[in-house]
Each structure stands twice: as structure tokens, then as C-alpha cells.
Design a protein around this ligand. Structure first.
Ligand code: MCA
Ligand code: AMP
Length: 543
């Protein structure tokens, strides 16, 4: 086991930086060895890349630390080319250093979620089979337990790690496999979605172009770092072009407003914000109940920001409207998925329609297949052609998307049509020359707080409770969360009561907090149709 603790002195940093800029960077350039998303940021120098709870970190410092960590990785395990390197860190600079270091060794990054229960983390470790796991002191003991049976090497990093670069050589040419993001497992166990460096670079380039990212932008980052939204859109995009990211370890409405209103000392003014609709709903709620600032002040401060984006689930019209009234920003809504990254976007310039997710990004093609298996519409960034106007159907996508599901050829094959279109499982239609997402094709997928949650997995887990004989889990509409996870339960022993807290306590051990039911209804009988099946679309009326 290896630990790379210790102090980082300013003198060491300066002397290394000089050596680094002159020698190491040239070495990289000569060998074209840097992964595409690092090719610019490794040459930016002393500009601030990340501001987090520990202070400001320059691009040079992060590049230097990631080189050091990659050296530690290759000492711990010789050839890491194409091997998985998992990491579990707070949302701060150690996340960036771990990810960059993994790429420098030629390895595949596997970010773990710090709020997932041990069972979920153990599953990912077992499935991804990493050779190295990186963590920070706060999570070290838990990770030590989880990593021990896997045989992986566990490395511990801190924000003040020392860098000693004397004879370091990157050594392994990187391969195209870059990143595995795990789905939430709506149709079975979570699947690892494998992204290549080249597809990630195309994704980032297309977002930079469509949303006019600039190096003087500052993004306020409040999203989890195990999903595409928080990882690719809100971190890789700004870092790839030399912008600054202010990272909050956990979303807090109070702190976000402090940033928007310029109340955080020694922190750059925020120009870009990206979030899920629930976050905008929570910010509105906080403003109504807690903020003393006049609305003219809020409008004036927020009006100075360049861009506010919403995605991951449908943005309800009242939130769009209230947010625009309060801040002057018509939220730019876009559509994406772990497997396809960002596919559709409203325009940067021009009208953003409420309830619409716009047109394909440059490089993306789309079509809708209707109930008769005909192409109802087809589109690309130039526009959408309606062959059967107004018809709904499944949305299919082609473009710079994921490569495959990790170790799961069957799932990969099943997720594409024979002619190579990815089947999103979302029902869509065209309105005003723009796509509108009608909902998921399956009622067993619940969208809550920007997360996609599988009802069947929760049902299986609830059936393990000793007083539950039958259960149906479904999403019930909610103005803040989009949907809430609700459980309709028939008890084995009705004389023995079951409370929502009992259900939560049972679930919290085995599933992420956001999947745990927050609504419970005990019934004598779960209504079924003539075929003996539960109709979840009508069952919602029991609430
Ligand atoms: C938590 N709570 C919930 C839920 N989650 N209640 C109902 N439904 C939920 N889903 C409850 C907790 O039990 C707790 O209750 C209270 O809310 C606060 O919990 P906490 O976890 O602290 O909540 P939070 O910090 O306010 O989190 C809300 C959040 C978070 C910030 C909206 O859910 C979040 O970060 N969502 C973003 C997910 C995301 O990035 N998705 C992208 C994936 P009590 O206090 O009673 O215990 S999709 C993707 O990447 C694709 C590519 C795309 O298109 O973007
Ligand atoms: P995930 O598979 O966790 O990446 O979640 C992707 C899913 O989020 C998509 O399949 C959609 O169902 C949903 N989604 C993402 N963006 C939007 C949006 N703007 N409107 C409606 N649904 C969205």
C-alpha cells in the first residue's frame, strides 16, 4: 500500500513549475502523449483552475500533482495501460488530480460516488476490477475495507501532496479508453458506460462551440461527480479551455445565492451555472423564504452572468417562468444521457422554448420512430424534418457517443438498432421545430432530483423486508423533485405497523439516498388488471 501525503511548499512548487514547463511539457508534445482533454490545460500555467474549500489551485499545480500521482500509480502497479483506476474523493481539486493522473498512466478513470452506500460501491469495484483505487483520508478506512478483497492497490491523496519529479517519465502511451460512468441500473444491475478520449473530446468541443465557452468564464459547480452532467458538462468543458471552476463539495442553496450575489470574498464572480430542475426549484424556494435582497438586486447581479443551463430531467414551465422573472435568465434546457452525452440543445442565441430541448448539437443526428416503426421525424443541427408531423415515438441518436457497456456485449448490442442508432428509451415529439421529451417509455423508470431511478430494483429490495408481502414502486409528480419515489405496500402482518421511517431505514443500507422512497401508502390490496398486472399509470391515483 502506498501513501502520498506530505507538504507542498511554495519554493518547491515554483522550482518544479519551471522545470515542468520547460522540460516535461515539451516531452509530452514531442510524443503527443497527452490525452486530448489535457492537451490545452497542461500548458495554461499559473491561471486558477479550481477554487474549493481548500483554496485556489492553478492549472500548473494540478498538472504537477497529477504527474506525481500518476508516478505513484505506476510504482504501485506497473503497466496500467487500459486498466481501470477508480477514485472516491470530495468534490474538490483531488478529484481532478485523480482523474488526470489516471489518464496520464494510460488507465481508464472510474469515478465513485461518495454518497453511495458500501454495497453499491462494492458492486462497482467488483464489476470494474480496478488495479488502483485512489481516495482521501476522509474515506480511507471505509475504502480500505472495500478494496481489500479486490486485490487493488489503495492510494491516499491529500490536497497538500508533495511533488518530487526528478526522474519521472510517463512511459505508457495512452489508449483511447478514457472513462467509465455507471448507470443507475434501471433495468438490472448498474452498467458501466465506457467513453473513449476521442468521443469525450468531441462532446466537449461541441458544447464549447454551442454554448460559447470562454477561458474567462467561471462556473459554479454543485453537481455530483459520478454522472455525465457534473463530470463532462460542468468540469471537463471548462477545464479543457482554461476556464475556472468553483467547486462546492455539496449543493447548498444558501451558498449558491451567496455566490450569485457576489458575497463570497476572494472568489471570482460566477458567469456560468449548470443544474438540474430540482436545484432551480430549491433556489427559488430559498429565495422566497430566506433571501432579504430586493428582487431588483438579484436581477441585476444574476443578469451579469453569461449562461444558466438546465438538464437531466424535464424543466417544469413554472420553474422556467419564475426563474426568468427573478433573474432575467431564460434557462437553456438541453437533453442528454449517460450513454450519449449531450445530444439536443436549445439555442445559445435566439428563443428558448419552454418545455423544449431544442435541436441536435453539431455532429449529432436524431430521429423519432413512431408506433408503426416508421421514421416520424429526422434531424441534425441544421434542423428537423417532420415526415409524420406531431407524431410521438422513441428518440434514436447517432453521434459522438459511448463505445460500449463495460464487459456487457449483450447489453451493448441490444441498445442499438441494426443500423447503428442508439435507442434512448425516451418518448419524444417535435413542436415548433424543436424536440420535446414526453417521458420515459417505461413506467418503471422514475426521475427524481435529476436522477434516473429503477422502480424494479427498489421493489426487490423492499420485498426483503420481513413485513412486506407485495409492493409496487412508482413516481408521483412533485413540484420540487420532478417525481418522488413512492411505494404502495401490502403487509404480511397488517397488525404490525410499518412506517415510512421503517421503510427508509431498511432501504438506506442498500441503495443511494435519492432512491429511497419518500412516500408510502399501505393498502389492503394492490389493484390489478384482468391479466393480474399492476397498472402503475393508474395506481398513482391512490396518493
Ligand atoms: C434526497 N431527498 C429526496 C431525494 N433526494 N427526497 C425526495 N426525492 C429525492 N430524490 C431528501 C433526503 O432524504 C433528505 O431528507 C433531503 O431530501 C435532503 O437530502 P440531500 O441529499 O441533502 O438533498 P440535496 O443535497 O438537497 O440534493 C438535492 C440535489 C441532488 C442537489 C438536487 O439530488 C442532486 O445533486 N441531484 C443531481 C443529480 C444529477 O447530477 N443527475 C445527473 C444525472 P431528510 O432531510 O428528511 O433526510 S443525468 C445525466 O448526467 C445526463 C447525462 C443528463 O442529461 O444530465
Ligand atoms: P441518465 O441515464 O441517468 O444519464 O439520465 C438520462 C435521462 O434523463 C434521459 O434518458 C432522459 O430521460 C432524462 N433527461 C435528460 N435531460 C432531460 C431533459 N432536458 N428533459 C427531459 N428529460 C431529460
Amino acid at each position: 500500500m502506498l501513501r502520498c501525503y506530505s507538504r507542498w511548499s511554495r519554493r518547491q512548487m515554483t522550482s518544479y513549475t519551471t522545470a515542468f514547463s520547460s522540460k516535461r511539457f515539451r516531452h509530452f508534445q514531442a510524443n503527443s502523449i497527452l490525452p486530448p482533454l489535457l492537451q490545452k490545460c497542461f500548458y495554461i500555467g499559473d491561471k486558477v483552475a479550481i477554487v474549493d474549500e481548500n483554496g485556489a489551485h492553478t492549472y500548473e499545480e494540478l498538472a504537477s500533482k497529477s504527474l506525481e500521482l500518476s508516478k505513484q500509480m505506476t510504482i504501485a502497479s506497473k503497466n496500467l495501460e487500459g486498466e481501470r483506476i477508480a477514485f472516491l474523493t470530495p468534490n474538490d481539486s483531488t478529484y481532478v488530480v485523480s482523474n488526470w493522473a489516471a489518464w496520464l498512466t494510460g488507465g481508464i478513470s472510474v469515478p465513485l460516488c461518495k454518497t453511495h452506500p458500501a454495497k453499491e460501491l462494492a458492486y462497482v469495484l467488483e464489476n470494474a476490477r480496478p488495479k488502483i483505487v485512489v481516495t482521501t483520508p476522509a474515506h480511507f478506512d471505509m475504502m480500505e475495507e472495500l478494496v481489500k478483497p479486490t486485490g487493488a492497490e489503495l492510494l491516499n491523496i491529500t490536497t497538500d501532496m508533495e511533488c518530487v519529479h526528478s526522474d519521472f517519465n510517463v512511459g505508457n502511451p495512452f489508449r483511447d479508453r478514457a472513462l467509465i460512468i455507471y448507470t443507475s441500473g434501471t433495468t438490472g444491475p448498474p452498467k458501466g458506460v465506457l467513453w473513449s478520449h476521442s468521443a469525450l473530446k468531441s462532446q466537449v468541443d461541441t458544447m464549447v462551440q454551442a454554448w460559447k465557452w470562454q477561458s474567462d468564464d467561471t462556473l459554479l459547480h454543485v453537481l455530483p461527480l459520478h454522472h455525465v452532467h457534473g463530470v463532462v458538462n460542468a468540469l471537463f468543458c471548462p477545464l479543457s479551455i482554461g476556464a475556472t471552476v468553483v467547486m462546492m463539495n455539496k449543493f447548498s442553496a444558501d451558498q449558491v445565492w451567496n455566490h450569485f450575489l457576489g458575497k463570497v470574498e476572494s472568489c471570482p464572480d460566477v458567469s456560468v451555472f449548470m443544474a438540474v430542475p430540482t436545484i432551480y426549484a430549491k433556489l427559488l424556494e430559498y429565495q422566497e423564504n430566506n433571501l432579504s435582497e430586493m428582487s431588483s438586486v438579484i436581477r441585476e447581479r444574476c443578469g451579469k452572468m453569461r449562461l444558466m443551463v438546465s438538464g437531466s430531467s424535464a424543466l417544469p414551465s413554472p420553474i422556467f417562468q419564475k426563474w426568468e422573472e427573478l433573474t432575467s435568465h431564460a434557462l437553456l434546457e438541453r437533453y442528454g444521457m449517460t450513454e450519449i452525452g449531450m445530444a439536443l440543445t436549445n439555442p445559445y442565441h435566439g428563443k428558448r422554448h419552454r418545455g423544449s430541448v431544442g435541436k441536435p448539437f453539431p455532429g449529432v443526428s436524431s430521429k423519432i420512430i413512431n408506433a408503426k416503426n416508421q421514421t416520424a421525424s429526422s434531424g441534425d443541427s441544421a434542423g428537423i424534418t417532420e415526415h409524420f408531423p406531431g407524431e410521438q415515438g422513441e428518440l434514436l441518436i447517432k453521434g459522438p457517443i459511448f463505445d460500449e457497456y463495460w464487459d456487457n456485449e449483450r447489453a451493448t448490442t441490444n441498445s442499438f438498432t441494426e443500423d447503428g442508432w442508439f435507442k434512448t428509451g425516451d418518448t419524444a415529439t417535435v413542436e415548433n421545430d424543436s424536440y420535446r421529451i414526453v417521458g420515459r417509455t417505461s413506467v418503471d423508470i422514475i426521475q427524481s432530483g435529476g436522477y434516473k431511478i429503477g422502480a424494479l430494483k427498489i421493489e426487490q429490495y423492499l420485498l426483503e423486508h420481513d413485513n412486506i408481502s407485495e409492493v409496487a414502486v412508482l413516481g408521483v409528480p412533485d413540484s420540487v423533485w420532478g417525481e418522488r419515489v413512492a411505494a404502495v405496500v401490502r403487509l404480511k402482518n397488517p397488525a404490525k405497523p410499518l412506517s415510512l421511517d421503517d421503510v427508509k431505514a431498511h432501504c438506506e443500507l442498500g441503495m443511494p439516498r435519492y432512491s429511497v422512497p419518500t412516500v408510502l401508502k399501505i393498502v389492503d390490496e394492490i389493484p390489478k388488471n384482468a391479466m393480474g398486472k399492476v397498472n402503475k399509470r393508474t395506481l398513482v391515483s391512490v396518493f
